[in-house]
Write a protein that binds this ligand. Structure first.
Ligand code: ADP
Ligand code: MG
Length: 336
């Protein structure tokens, strides 16, 4: 961590009198990249990084003093008073739990910890261990107190993990900081959770690569051409381990306690707000193709690209002009 922090890259340059700042650092368990263009670029980027650290310190499950860690430690005993940031993200997660029939469930933490994917304790647990932890999963046990912005978990050993939604919230907060600093062109990338603000400096749209989920080298299978949009992908290639040729990844089905295997291997959501994209990319991944497409098509202003295990790509109608498939290995399923 320290090592990664110390290789943070700061680049500043000036072209046609427009300041351009690029920053790359490690925060929220991922690589954060900011490209900011405009007179206040340096200040805006600096403020953005501070804000990302601030949100991480409140919501990280890996920081003992975070609001989430404190809330989890008090599960079944008492509630924790939270900042507006954390409180609103928990509320949003519950909203999406309801909308997705529990495909997104922030109380998944006991399952996440049991599998330990990406940590040095990762392993395939036994069915009985999984069933035991699964009893603790259930967003209905999150008790909200709006007036005091307090949250309590009803039962002992229950715990919240905001990993599926916190980066989306953060991208939206960074965007607001940039707007406040009168920035009109920027690219925010929080480990694949992307927000493309305005256009590129030359006035053309941003081109965002959609990763080939089967490539081990992070190659793109296509590009999305966008202005003022959030693009968030949940994929089985982000964090996983392989045992006996089988891949176990980090997106869990809250109904089974196993990594979700509903045919989707990558779910990309294009939306105005990144918190919606983050919540929906994780939840549609868990819901599977049919339900995922139906859900996305029912929400105005939200579009999706789903890639299935049989190398087919399903793109919602609103993206037909902006998504370009470049990898011939995949087949384009039109008219969905
Ligand atoms: P990434 O972290 O790779 O951007 P996601 O946004 O899809 O991907 O979030 C995955 C993380 O969310 C997991 O690492 C875990 O902490 C948590 N998580 C996994 N499955 C679920 C789920 N069904 N509901 C809520 N959170 C989940
Ligand atoms: Mg997500």
């Amino acid at each position: 961590m320290l090592l990664l922090l110390s290789i943070s890259i700061f680049l500043t340059s000036c072209k046609n009198n427009i300041k351009s700042v690029e920053k790359e650092t490690y925060l929220m368990g991922t690589i954060v990249q900011l490209k900011v263009y405009g007179r206040n670029a340096e200040k805006a980027a600096e403020e953005s990084l501070n804000r990302i650290s601030d949100i991480e310190s409140k919501m990280s499950i890996n920081i003992e003093t975070s609001e989430i860690s404190k809330l989890n430690a008090k599960a079944g005993i008492s509630g924790e008073k939270l900042s507006q940031d954390t409180y609103s993200v928990i509320k949003k997660a519950i909203e999406y739990s309801k909308l997705t029939e529990g495909a997104l469930d922030a109380t998944i933490e006991p399952i996440v910890k049991l599998w330990g994917i990406g940590s040095d304790t990762e392993r395939v647990p036994s069915k009985s261990e999984i069933d035991e932890k699964l009893k603790l999963v259930g967003y209905n046990d999150i008790v909200l107190d709006d007036k005091n912005s307090m949250v309590k978990l009803r039962r002992t050993s229950q715990a919240i993990d905001l990993g599926a939604i916190a980066k989306g919230y953060t991208a939206d907060e960074v965007r607001q900081i940039l707007v406040k600093n009168k920035i009109s062109s920027a690219l925010i990338n929080l480990g694949g959770n992307v927000y493309a603000m305005g256009n590129k400096l030359d006035g053309t749209k941003w081109n965002i690569g959609v990763q080939n989920p089967l490539s081990t080298r992070g190659e793109y299978l296509g590009t999305l051409s966008v202005t003022n949009k959030s693009i968030v992908t949940s994929g089985n290639y982000e964090r996983y381990f392989i045992v006996d040729g089988k891949r176990y990844h980090h997106i869990f089905d809250p109904k089974t306690g196993y990594p979700s295997e509903k045919g989707i291997i990558s779910a990309t959501i294009v939306s105005d707000n990144s918190i919606d994209g983050d919540a929906l990319s994780t939840s549609t991944y868990v819901m599977g193709l049919e339900k995922g497409l139906k859900l996305v098509e029912s929400i105005k202003g939200v579009e999706a690209i789903f890639i299935t295990v049989d190398k087919k790509i399903y793109v919602t109608t609103g993206l037909k002009d902006s998504f370009k498939l470049t990898d011939k290995e995949f087949t384009y399923e039109k008219g969905r």
